[in-house]
Design a protein around this ligand. Structure first.
Ligand SMILES: NC(=O)c1ccc[n+]([C@@H]2O[C@H](COP(=O)([O-])OP(=O)(O)OC[C@H]3O[C@@H](n4cnc5c(N)ncnc54)[C@H](O)[C@@H]3O)[C@@H](O)[C@H]2O)c1
Length: 248
């Protein structure tokens, strides 16, 4: 029960990693505010968590939506202790096929969404000396072919994490990122387009246990650690949970 009495916002909570993170915080005593653009998925996760959770539909690319979920979290419990920015999108394609719309969408959600959630939450996190955990990716530390906008957005998340850790360190707010390798979620279940050289993409893979992917609870373990007092001296890091992918 490391998070008893704490209020946590988790974006991307309707699916995959966000769902596992929300379930972990609820199991450890937190009041969890679930955010996602997928209202039906959110309702299902909320139903599973009962009184430990509330659900708010939001598009993290909208600064107004980001401000609204922070306001709703504070209206419910009067405080905010932890922000987990998990919402994200992926589009695998050769550079020539990436439209301005795709580029803008990925940057606005994966990078803009993290910034605007942090901007909205930081005044409340300063009050509680809270912490932020951003879901970046191993693709925020090294390149992955055929994923240019995604890789750019995740490198941006790592840089943003470091900048915010420094700007808010004196106020006692910790800001960290997690950089997973492939995780078994709907995000990577879709087959890549035929124009992608998948053999090249698949070189970016974990080394441990001959390429075994992570499962969402593996990532929730790392999020819970970084959010806990056990990590009270840790800020500004980008923690790979990648089975050695970035050790090469
Ligand atoms: N699955 C992987 O292999 C992997 C690896 C490294 C990093 N990540 C990162 O982990 C995070 C979670 O991914 P996942 O694998 O659980 O994917 P997922 O597709 O299962 O879940 C992503 C969630 O984000 C939500 N979302 C998308 N756009 C949104 C928006 N504009 N506003 C609010 N919510 C929105 C989706 O509705 C969905 O519920 C992402 O940031 C992803 O980039 C995933």
């Amino acid at each position: 029960m490391r998070f008893s009495g704490k209020t946590v916002i988790v974006t991307g909570a309707a699916s995959g990693i966000g769902r596992a993170v929300a379930e972990r915080f609820a199991r450890e005593g937190a009041q969890v505010v679930l955010g996602d653009v997928n209202a039906a998925g959110l309702a299902e996760v909320k139903a599973g968590l009962g009184a430990a959770a509330s659900a708010h539909t939001l598009d993290v690319a909208s600064p107004a939506d980001c401000a609204a979920i922070v306001q709703a979290a504070c209206a419910t419990t009067g405080r905010l202790d932890i922000l987990c920015n998990v919402a994200g999108v992926l589009a695998m394609a050769p550079v020539a096929e990436i439209t301005p719309e795709t580029w803008n969408r990925i940057i606005q959600i994966n990078l803009g969404g993290v910034f605007f959630m942090c901007q909205a939450a930081l005044p409340k996190l300063v009050e509680t000396k809270g912490s932020i955990i951003n879901l970046a990716s191993a693709a925020g530390l090294v390149g992955v072919p055929f994923n240019a906008p995604y890789v750019a957005s995740k490198h941006g998340v790592v840089g943003l994490t470091r900048a915010l850790a420094l700007e808010f360190g004196r106020a006692g707010v910790r800001v960290n990122a997690i950089c997973p390798t492939g995780v078994n979620t709907p995000m990577i279940a879709k087959p890549p387009p035929a124009s992608v050289d998948y053999e090249l993409v698949a070189r970016a893979r974990p080394w441990l246990n001959d390429g075994e992917l992570c499962d969402p609870p593996d990532i929730a373990d790392a999020v819970a650690f970084l959010a806990s007092d056990e990590a009270k001296r840790i800020t500004g890091i980008a923690l790979p949970v990648d089975g050695g992918q970035t050790a090469f």
